[in-house]
Ligand binder design. Structure first.
Ligand code: 5GP
Length: 538
């Protein structure tokens, strides 16, 4: 039974309606200065906290509710006779519900030019104490720390006259999480301001057990970051298939990030294996992009994760018939495509992400190393400058394709190189890539050159153009762009690219041997652009 509620809120959203709802249920309301004023203005009767405590709110509001008459009323265990007799002896009336939200410390410190005194005044002391007292005593007390919960708590009270145990438990955990985050924000701010130190506490919740980790003998959990909204893998709705595995999360994230790097002007498809894009393409239709991405490495695509920025349609779903794929991620699945894919395999995981094409505003990325955590700002952007450094000009028409290659490099483990082709006007496909090689030259000489020819052979056999295969390859390679995620330390990569008839290369530049690299490019008729932006991914 809820007989008395204490309302003391900084964010007054919804408080009048909530209080009115409580009154209609004959619940007595106690409130602090500003909250009481607002309720009275709305014609809602309330008792001042000072009337209960016998003390005025003092010291500019620093002490309002910090009193045994309040905390005794919240902490008293109803089923403990000693508690109850203490309350009776000391004329402490029980409080069954608390709605509190805290001084806006985070907003205050994020304001430009805020000083330490202002920040400190915005550290709420009485509010967290009430939240914690009420949350500790959740068996008898309901604690609301978020205006979003007013509606359903009122609904429960109206329909059953009580707040269910399940709701009280959930609200208590929420309140403790809220005060923990609040204190953590204060710790971060004061550590920086008073001690000159940075601290890191990440708020991950809802740890969900996974069947196993990276390997079968490893245990694993997935935690999500509740404040991260928008196009994140954790926000996908799973429409079908087995639960995601540890590796699925890792690879799915890579697929999603890679497609997002390509924007949403055209349908784009990324195929990921082992945390690297092995197929990547844009097209005029999803089917076209999917076919081109698949052609980028049909062997590796086996058991892959596929991600696209447009709705999955039936014809594209049919393209995947007979092909083993682990996951498909898309902003939407058309009904017929969904039915088709569901019937294809009971295990195929289908992940829908309606916010796919919205911007993603998480500022940082983190990486755990033994005994430590690395934090860095996200790698945003493709290049800082666009400077052709060779005598042979770098045609402007190659800009779009070059950007596609850089985007692919950004999401590929270093050392990364990417070789891509504009296979139709404005539509790009990856022909080959070198990922995770400890040297760049092997990525070009041993991986890109061989792989591009292998992939082109399949396309050649399918399309049967009227020329011999070597000529076909040379024609296509002469139109391709090769991007490198970091500078070329020697000119050998340029030599191997030229040997393979590759004529357009983008690199961040910045090596002490840049001049040698440029001289060799000039000698071999290769055009080279320096972008000034490295994209290592480790
Ligand atoms: P009001 O606007 O009602 O005057 O104040 C509401 C705010 O006061 C809430 O954010 C609540 O957490 C906070 N509060 C309640 N009791 C105390 C207290 O004893 N000391 C401090 N510093 N803040 C309190």
């Amino acid at each position: 039974m809820v007989k008395r509620a204490l309302l003391s809120v900084s964010d007054k959203t919804g408080i009048v309606d909530f209080a009115r709802g409580l009154k209609q249920l004959d619940i007595e309301i106690i409130s602090t200065g500003g909250t009481a004023r607002m309720l009275r203005d709305a014609g809602i009767e309330t008792i001042d906290v000072s009337e209960i405590t016998g003390f005025p709110e003092m010291m500019g509001g620093r002490v309002k509710t910090l009193h045994p008459k309040i905390h005794g009323g919240l902490l008293c265990l109803r089923e403990n006779p000693e508690h109850v007799s203490d309350a009776e002896d000391l004329s402490i009336e029980l409080i069954d519900m608390v709605a509190v939200n805290l001084y806006p410390f985070e907003i205050t410190i994020s304001r430009k030019g805020v000083n330490l005194e202002e920040a400190i005044e915005n550290i709420d002391i009485g509010g967290p104490s009430m939240l914690r007292s009420a949350a500790k005593n959740y068996k008898s007390v309901t604690v609301l720390s978020d205006p979003q919960d007013y509606g359903h708590i009122l609904k429960e009270l109206r329909s059953s006259g009580v707040v269910s145990q399940e709701s009280r438990e959930r609200m208590a955990v929420k309140a403790f999480r809220h005060t923990a985050n609040y204190d953590s924000t204060i710790d971060t701010y004061l550590s920086r301001t008073l001690l000159g130190e940075d601290t890191l506490r990440l708020n991950f919740t809802g740890g969900r057990e996974l069947r196993y980790g990276e390997n079968w003998h490893q245990e694993a959990l997935f935690f999500s970051q509740p404040e991260i909204e928008g196009p994140a893998l954790a926000n996908c709705r799973q429409l079908h298939g087995k639960e995601l595995s540890y590796n699925n999360y890792v690879d799915g994230d890579n697929a999603l990030q890679t497609v997002k790097e390509l924007g949403h002007e055209k349908p784009a498809v990324c195929i990921v294996k082992h945390n690297n894009p092995c197929g990547l393409a844009t097209g005029n239709t999803l089917l076209q992009a999917l076919q081109a991405a698949w052609d980028g490495d049909p062997i590796s695509a086996f058991g892959s994760i596929i991600c696209t920025n447009v709705a999955m349609d039936l014809e594209s779903a049919k393209f995947l018939k007979g092909k083993f794929v682990e996951i498909i991620i898309a902003p939407e699945f058309k009904h017929d495509a969904l039915d088709f894919l569901k019937s294809k395999s009971k295990n195929l995981r289908l992940l829908e992400l309606p916010s796919f094409n919205e911007s993603f505003d998480a500022e940082f990325t983190y990486k755990y190393i033994t005994g430590g955590m690395l934090k860095q700002s996200r790698n945003i952007g493709l290049y800082e400058k666009w400077e052709c450094v060779t005598e042979t000009e770098y045609p402007e028409e190659k800009r779009g394709l070059s950007e596609f290659c850089i985007a692919a490099c950004k999401c590929t483990k270093s050392n990364a190189v990417n070789l891509s082709w504009e296979y139709e006007d404005g539509c790009y496909m990856m022909l080959a890539m070198g990922a995770g090689q400890p040297n760049r030259v092997d990525s070009i000489r041993k991986l890109c050159a061989t792989k591009a020819r292998e992939n082109l052979k399949e396309i050649y056999d399918r399309e049967q153009p009227e020329m011999d295969f070597e000529e076909y390859c040379n024609n296509i390679l002469s139109e391709c762009v090769l991007a490198s995620d970091a500078f070329f330390p020697f000119d050998d990569s340029i030599i191997h690219a030229a040997e393979n008839n590759i004529k357009y290369i983008v690199s961040p530049g910045g090596s002490i041997r840049d001049n040698e690299v440029i001289d060799t490019a000039n000698r071999l008729g290769v055009s080279l652009v320096f972008t000034g932006m490295r994209h290592f991914l480790h």
